[in-house]
Structures are given as C-alpha cells and as structure tokens.
Design a protein around this ligand. Structure first.
Ligand code: AMP
Length: 238
C-alpha cells in the first residue's frame, strides 16, 4: 500500500486500524501547538506545524524564509501557494503514511480544499477545533514564552529557562500587542470560516481549550477515540 493509503475496504486479510490524520483547528493561543505535540508523541506520528516550518525558514534565511519574513512579522498569512507546497511535501513523506497531526494548516478555504485533494485515497481527516474565548487568548499570547533553543512553547506561567532543554525562554516576535490583534483579526476573517467547511463531517469534533492542558489533552483523546469508534461502527454496517 502506498504511504497513507486507506486501509478501509481492502477486501482480503485483516483490517488495519485507520491512520490518524488529524487537523487541529483553533485561533492563535488556543493551545494547538502544545496539544498537537502531545497527541503526535502519544500516537507516534509526525506533527506538521506550518508556523514552525516557516519560522525555521526565516532563521535559516532560505529563499522561502526571505519571502515570508514580512508576513510573519506583521501577523499576516503567507501565500496559499507556499504553505500548500510545504504541506504537500511533508505529507508525501513515508513517515506521514501512518498518520500525522497538522498544526496551523489549513488556514484558508483554498488550503482546506487543497488538503481534501491531498487526502484522496487516504484515511479520512479527523478535525478537532479548540475553542477559547478571545479575552483568554489575548491574555495567554501576551504572557506566552517559547524556548529560544528548541522552540517549545512554555505557556504563560513559565519562568526563565526551558524545562525540556534548559534554553532561554523568550517572547515570540509576533506575540507583541499590535501583531496579536492582527493575528486574531486574520483568524476571525480567513480561518474561522473553514470551521463551516468541516462542521458537517462525522469526523469533526469541538474541544473546549480554556481548561488545564491535561484536561484539554484528555478531552482531545476522547474526541479522537469517538471518531475512531464511529468510523469502526460505520465500517461494521457496510
Ligand atoms: P503559528 O505558529 O501557527 O501561529 O503561525 C505563525 C505565522 O506563520 C502566522 O501568523 C502566519 O504568518 C504563518 N503561517 C503559519 N501557517 C500558515 C498557513 N497555513 N497559512 C498562511 N500563513 C501561515
């Protein structure tokens, strides 16, 4: 079977568990990165964060990095063409054949449609939307610190150094007040509408993100399990 090919309806032999092809939706500051990392680690699948990939390109001063730097600094979206090419390349990687967690993609209707095309012949997407009230998002983003060495988000209560690698904790350059407001505005106008693209699907779930990280992780796990169970039930009926 090619990487990521659907295990459903393969006719003969044992039925393989479907790959977890998870999309994490939610505004900046909802906790997508933290939760995506946890679930990717638990499920042993790659986490694909377009924000991390773009920030690394800026630091490495690649051609893509030079093209996107102004968008990142201003809190605006990078062109669909660039991010779609990045995700396409990552999904064709053998590792993503056993599933993946997408964090920060899709962010526009064009990206959502492109992702649906990329999923042709693969197990269906599971979509989890992390919901957090706007005043809480603003508070978290103003306080958020990330590790300058390994890039992990240390959340808003961390002090000084990274608990994972000992690196210095710093503020992300796009977590400045005016840029945060722009990122939330862009999210509301360009990304929030794609929830309507996914909401009718049987594999769409909503999780409240304004709880402790452990509580959110437990709800996320339950949401993913319920999708797996309903897919199994649907398969048993066919
Ligand atoms: P994030 O780390 O997901 O908050 O993303 C940081 C920044 O990277 C965003 O503010 C955008 O400038 C850019 N970016 C990340 N993902 C995308 C995407 N799917 N489409 C367009 N721009 C993106």
């Amino acid at each position: 079977m090619p990487p990521g090919a659907s295990s459903l309806g393969q006719g003969s032999g044992a039925v393989q568990a479907p790959a977890l092809n998870l999309v994490m939706l939610g505004p900046p500051g909802a906790g997508k990165g933290t939760q995506a990392e946890r679930v990717a680690r638990e499920r042993r699948v790659p986490r694909i964060s377009t924000g991390d990939i773009l920030r690394a390109a800026v630091v490495e001063d690649t051609e893509v990095g030079r093209a996107v730097r102004v968008n990142l600094d201003a809190g605006q979206l990078v062109s669909d063409e660039i991010v779609i090419a990045i995700v396409k390349a990552r999904l064709s990687n053998q590792q993503a054949g056993r599933g993946f967690v997408l964090d920060g993609f899709p962010r526009t209707a064009v990206q959502a449609i492109a992702l649906d095309r990329m999923m042709s012949g693969r197990d269906p997407l599971t979509i989890v939307n992390l919901v957090v009230p706007e005043d809480e998002l603003m508070r978290r983003l103003m306080l958020r610190r990330v590790c300058s060495r390994c890039g992990v988000s240390a959340g808003s209560t961390a002090a000084g150094v990274c608990s994972r690698c000992g690196g210095e904790l710093v503020r992300r350059s796009d977590d400045a007040g005016s840029v945060i407001r722009e990122r939330l505005r862009v999210h509301a106008s360009r990304t929030q509408p794609i929830v309507d693209h996914y909401r009718p699907r049987l594999t769409y779930r909503q999780v409240m993100g304004d709880q402790s990280p452990d509580r959110v992780a437990a709800d996320l796990r339950a949401a993913v399990e319920s999708v797996v169970e309903s897919a199994g039930a649907a398969r048993d009926l066919t």
